[in-house]
Design a binder for this molecule. Structure first.
Ligand code: CA
Length: 242
């Protein structure tokens, strides 16, 4: 994927430097944005600071084990749904079960072929971040062509700014999923941006206006969920009037 805004960010947690380098090399070659650490505690700090799209987590780490890192990530709202692929030593069947119990999405045994690992990563991302893998998103009469950056509302092309485009993509990826303003801000503007969370509201209003102009009533698919954030969904009872 060449689109910088739609590149998956992967965190590699691996204490063996040769394996860490091998992973980073192959993931970057595949077009992912890669962060690395050799320490479980640091990994926990990093995932909160800059929520990745996926974590490759070594089972055996010196201080905090991979399983413990996984467990702690699952306890926190911000990292609960981040997919985790565990790296285990070959044949550790009980470990495999424990790994999945702890909340890992998949595991891969060492030594692994980079090609297989990449395939597994794509399989997980297709499920969790379709926008990173698919060519098109469709919901409620809205169609997004991700390669062409084109948005159609009931067949009519509309124009959105880049932030609005990515914001709409984020919502369209998982209709019905409620995203907090902080989550949307992080994924569209990035963690390092000094932007007020209310900026999200401004951009949501712009998207609604564009949708409304293209197809009156369509703007209602973007719902404000009280005290939670935004979702794209069929209008429901907890809809907030604005
Ligand atoms: Ca290790």
């Amino acid at each position: 994927m060449v689109d910088e805004g739609l590149k998956a960010r992967i965190l590699v947690v691996e204490d063996e430097s040769a394996i860490q380098e091998l992973l980073a090399y192959n993931l970057k070659k595949e077009g992912f944005t890669v962060d690395c650490t050799d320490d479980g505690e640091e990994a926990l700090w990093m995932v909160e600071e800059n929520v990745p799209d996926l974590v490759l987590l070594d089972w055996m780490l010196p201080s905090l084990s991979g399983v413990e890192v996984c467990r702690r990530m699952r306890e926190k709202d911000v990292t609960r749904s981040v997919p985790i692929i565990m790296l285990t030593a070959r044949g550790e069947e009980s470990d495999k079960v424990k790994g999945l119990d702890s909340g890992a999405d998949d595991y891969i045994a060492k030594p692994f072929s980079p090609r297989e690992l990449i395939a597994r990563i794509h399989a997980v991302l297709r499920r969790t971040r379709p926008v990173l893998e698919e060519k098109k998103l469709e919901y409620a009469g809205i169609e997004i062509d991700l390669d062409a950056h084109r948005v159609l509302c009931l067949g009519k092309q509309v124009h959105l700014g880049p932030k609005e485009f990515y914001l709409l993509c984020r919502l369209m990826e998982r209709p019905g999923m409620v995203y907090s303003r902080e989550q949307l801000l992080d994924s569209v503007w990035g963690q390092d941006a000094y932007v007020d969370v209310r900026t999200v509201d401004v951009h949501i209003r712009r998207i609604r206006k564009v949708l409304e102009e293209a197809a009156p009533g369509l703007e209602r698919v973007i719902r404000t969920v009280r005290a939670a954030g935004y979702t794209i969904d069929k209008p429901g009872e907890d809809e907030e009037e604005e």
